[in-house]
Design a protein. Sequence first.
Length: 271
Amino acid sequence: MSCRPVLAAALLVLACTANLAAATFTDKNLEAAVRAVLQEPKAELTEEKLNNVFILDAAGKGIQSLAGLEKCKNLAELKLARNQIADLKPLKDLTNLQSLDLSGNKISDISPLSGLKSLQYLELSGNQVEKLDALSGLTSLMSLYLNGNKVADLKPLAGLSKLASLSLGKNQIKDLTPLAKVNRIRTLDLNDNQIEDVAPLTGQTEVTLLMLEGNKIKDLKALLDWAKKDAEGQKRFAPYLRLYLKGNPLSDEARSKQLPALKALGVRLES
C-alpha cells in the first residue's frame, strides 16, 4: 500500500491547522501597525507571533475595524486614538490590558470593555459615549478620561475608589452625588457641564486641581466650608488647590465674599 495518500492527508491537516492559527486582520491599516511592531512585513502572522505584541501604537492610522486584534492576547498597552473605530468587540477578551487610548473615534457602545479588570488608564475622550455601566467593575482604574461625550449619569463610577485623575468635561452632567465617595481624586475636570450643586465634591481630601468652568454654579458656600475645614485641620489640599470657575453665574455674595475667603485660605482661583 502506498504511503502517498496518507502523507498528503497529513500535510493537508497541517496546512489547515496553520491557517486556523493565523490571524486575519480585515483592516489593512491595523495589520500594517501590527506587522511594524513585530518587524514582519510579509510573513504569516501566527498566534505564536502575535503573543509577542505587548505594546501597540496605532494612533491616527485610519483604522476602521479591530477584527484580528483579539489574537494579541498579551497586549498590555494599546493606543488607537484618532481613528474611525466604532466596534470594540475584538477587545473584550484582552484581559492583560492596563492602558487603553480610544480617544477621537466613533464609539458609542463601550460594553465590550466590561471584563478588562486590569485597566488602570482609559482614554475615551471625543467619542459618542452615553452609558458608563461597563466601567462599574473596572476597580483598578486610576485615570479615566471622557471629555466630549454624552455622559449624564455618573452612578457607574461610584465604586471606582482608586481614581486619581478624572476628566468629564463637555458632557451633560448635572448630579455629582456618585462621586461623593470616590475621594482619592487629585485632578478633576468637570468643565462645560450643567452642574449647579457642588456639595457632593466636599468629600474629596486629595484634590489639587478642580475645573468647574462653564457650569451653572451660583453659590460657593459648600466649597468654602470644605476648604476652610481642611485649612484649619490637616491641610491636605486647600493650600495646594487650583480652582477654575470662569463662565459660571456666580452670585454677588459669591464674588464679593466667598471668592476672597477662598483666596485667603490659599486656594488659587481662576474665576
